[in-house]
Each structure stands twice: as C-alpha cells, then as structure tokens.
Design a protein around this ligand. Structure first.
Ligand SMILES: [Zn+2]
Length: 402
C-alpha cells in the first residue's frame, strides 16, 4: 500500500503543529508562528517552505509592519486537497467530499441493501467512494484521507467494524479494504464517537475541553471528549450510554441485557408507546394523519403532531425527554462535563424533548452547578456524523494524532 503525498508530509509533528497554528490563526506571519510554537525561526522557515511546496499552505496578504519589512502572511489553501467522509448507518449511507475546512463540496446518499455480507458491504462502500470521486471530478491524488463513521462497535485502531447490529455482521475489515482499494489513508470510528469529534471541531463543542455528545436514534449512543481528546476506553465502548441500565425489571435490549436506557428512551420505543396508547383508544391527530396518508407512525410525524398541539404527541415526547434526562443526569454525576450536546433523529423534536430533559437534570443532578450543566442541540444536525468522519482525517492532518 502506498500512502503518499501531503499526508506523508504530516508525519512530522512539527509540520502538523505549524499547519494547525496556521489553520487556527491564519493569516499569520512566520515570525508569529515561531513565537507561538517556540520553534526557531530557521526551523519554521524550512517547514513552511515544505508546506508551501505541498500547496496545503499559501502566502496571502502582506501584514502590518512593526518597523522594517512588511511580513508575508500565511494561510491554509483550503481547496488544495480534499477529504472523503462516510456515515454508515443502519439503513443508509451518506458520503461527502469536503475541503480542508470540512466544507462540503459534494454529498451523496444511498439506501443500504437489506441483506449484506461482509464482502458485499465492503463492495458497497467502495462503489460509493468510487462514484463520489468520479462525480466530483477531483483527481484521486488530491484526496488526503477517508474517514468512516460506522454504527455498532468499532475497533478504531484496527479500523475494524467489530459488530454491526443492524447488519448482523462481525469483524468487518473496513480500513484494510479501503486502503487496499484506494491507497488513501483511512480512519474508522463508531458513528456516535465520530459525531462527537465533529461537534468538538466544527459544531457546538468548540472551545469546550470535556463534552458528552449523545446521538438519539432508534438506539442511543454517545461519545466522550476528555481534555480535548476522544475517550475510547479499553475496548472502544466508552460512551455506550444507551446500554446503561436504568430499569432493574426492564425489558430485553438488543444487546442481550435488560432495562437499558435505550429500551425506555430510544426512538423505537417512542413509536411503540404511541401505538399502544392509540390501541387503548386515546384520541390523537396522529391516528388521523396515519389514516389519511396510509403511512406509518414515524418520529417526524409525532413531532409534527406535537407542533400542532396534539396532547398525546407532546406527552409521549416529554416522557422520552424525562427518561433521557435520567440517563444524562447519571452521566453528569459520573463525568461532570462542561457541556452536553444532543443530536440524532429523535433530537429533531427539539424543545418537546429538550425541555422535559432539562427539567429532570435541573432537579436531580448532584450539585447546583451540575444542575446547570449546559445541554444544547447538535449544530451539525444530519451531517454531524459525516462531518465527524471527515474530522477523523483532519485531526490527523492538523494534530498528527488519531
Ligand atoms: Zn442494551
């Protein structure tokens, strides 16, 4: 496998350090870089020359002189190279091509086939990436890396999907397959962890050292940023808040345990609860809308009915919010984060979920300060995981880590 080009260049810690200073503070002069990095001016000059040669950095305007020659300022050339990100959910996959600031240039989405084997899944991802590159018209050599946010349990260091519950597949060698196919460095992470990294770099986690980002869907996942780094734990399951046990006598979870948070507060149970109430004869416009459209009860439909003031929809979303509030209160007492970010499909119900959730945290967290822990919605929304996948690559480029 050949991993060439600009990425190879970043194998030097100091180059990454300079590149990141330019990313965060550009346009910036060489002298200012030397001051901030504490590298010697000749070292900075040499490394900047290499970065200029790589085209990742370019000279921009002339700075203000503090006496003497006016300095030439440096800036990242955001469109000099590109990154591919993939969000592989339970039912569909999204692929994006972004510039070096995670700005999306092209996005493509596809439903995943019902029946998948490890081989057909890998082939599906390869075809998706292939199409994205072809349709973008960008030469492959300009693509720095591929980041993939994969649902289920992921071994990020091996780039392996350990278990994908929706596909019922185990040991999916995603990183190896993509690198063999494309010769482009590939990074793989659990989807909730990728979302968390994305929010930390480009969303509502910017500037916070310790955050928890919760992904509310059919399942409930979360990622933890501790002192600005993703925390994985020994086996990569750190943050699996959906499987914390909140009901000792609860029903069976997809993980095999009983009474997990996602069995009471996941998107699936929300729909089931609505169906049960309707079958017991509760009046609701949810029933009317389903009858008219002949469709199914979905999270969006429940949200829409809540907006229209339907008491059942509001009550059911509030119940989900309160149960999530219990789960998050436990997380706050355990980790004491600076901020909690809530994303995922169920989070689209916004205040209908968030307000009851916050009420629980305000009344149940340990200290007055903990009760005031900020809880905000994801900024990146539907694109959070895919931007997070891109961030896996950018983090390696700019900080020489991951
Ligand atoms: Zn579970």
């Amino acid at each position: 496998m050949s991993v060439t080009g600009s990425f190879q260049l970043m194998k030097s810690l100091n180059r990454s350090l300079i590149l990141n200073i330019i990313r965060l503070n550009g346009p910036i002069s060489r002298a200012e870089i030397a001051k901030r990095t504490k590298l010697t001016p000749p070292t900075v000059t040499n490394l900047v020359t290499e970065l200029l040669d790589s085209k990742l950095v370019r000279e921009s305007e002339i700075g203000i002189s503090k006496g003497g020659r006016k300095p030439i300022l440096l800036t990242i050339d955001w469109k000099s190279s590109y990154v591919i990100g993939l969000d592989v959910g339970g039912h569909r996959a999204t692929a994006v091509l972004t510039d070096l600031n995670a700005e999306i240039e092209l996005q493509q989405m596809q439903s995943l086939p019902e029946q998948l084997t490890v081989e057909s899944l890998l082939q599906f991802l390869i075809t998706m990436i292939d199409n994205l590159i072809k349709d973008s018209g960008i030469p492959k050599k300009k693509i720095l890396g591929i980041g993939i946010g994969m649902h289920g349990i992921v071994n990020h260091s091996k780039g392996m999907g350990v278990f994908a519950p929706n596909f019922k597949l185990r040991n999916i060698p995603i990183k190896d397959a993509m690198q063999t196919q494309f010769s482009i460095p590939t990074f793989v992470e659990n989807d909730a962890r990728a979302l968390t990294l994305g929010e930390s770099w480009f969303g509502n986690g910017i500037g916070f050292e310790n955050i928890i980002c919760v992904n509310l869907g059919v399942g409930i996942g979360a990622g933890i940023i501790l002192q600005n780094e993703l925390f994985h734990g020994r086996d990569g399951i750190a943050g699996e808040i959906g499987h914390t046990i909140v009901d000792l006598n609860g029903s069976k979870c997809s993980c095999g345990s009983y009474g997990c948070l996602q069995t009471v507060a996941g998107g699936g149970i929300l729909k089931q609860r609505v169906i049960k109430e309707l079958s017991l004869g509760r009046q609701s416009i949810i029933q009317d809308k389903v009858n008219v459209s002949g469709g199914k009860i979905t999270g969006e439909l429940i949200h829409q009915c809540a907006i229209e003031g339907d008491p059942l929809a509001i009550e059911m979303l509030a119940e989900t919010g309160r149960l999530l509030g219990i789960g998050l209160t436990n997380m706050i007492n355990f980790m004491n984060p600076d901020r909690i970010i809530v994303g995922g499909g169920v989070a689209k119900a916004k205040e209908f979920i968030l307000n009851p959730l916050k009420d629980v945290v305000r009344s149940r967290a340990l200290t007055p300060e903990a009760r005031e822990t900020e809880i905000v919605l994801s900024k990146l929304g539907d694109q959070g995981t895919v931007i997070g996948a891109v961030t896996l690559v950018l983090k390696n480029l700019y900080t020489h880590s991951y």
